[in-house]
Design a protein around this ligand. Structure first.
Ligand code: FES
Length: 74
């Protein structure tokens, strides 16, 4: 579903950008161009950001942290 018609940005593209590091509306604006023209997409884009950020941190908690071999060898 398109969130930003002016820039042709989909909900999926927004969620992918958030999972890749876009944590603020200004990040989404910079990388995808949302809100740059008419601005009608702002509230929906913010809603998706607010929904996706908590999911992102849950996923990150399940990813095992890499262990440095140097630390275990000592
Ligand atoms: S719908 Fe996003 S700037 Fe117009």
């Amino acid at each position: 579903m398109y969130v930003c018609v002016c820039r042709g940005v989909t909900e999926r593209a927004l969620r992918e950008a958030i999972h890749q590091g876009a944590d603020r509306m200004r990040d989404l604006k910079a990388c995808l161009g949302v809100t740059e023209q008419c601005g009608l997409c702002a509230s929906h884009a913010k809603q998706i950001l607010d929904e996706t950020l908590p999911q992102k941190s849950q996923v990150q908690n399940f990813i095992p942290k890499p262990v440095c071999i140097c630390e275990t060898a000592a």
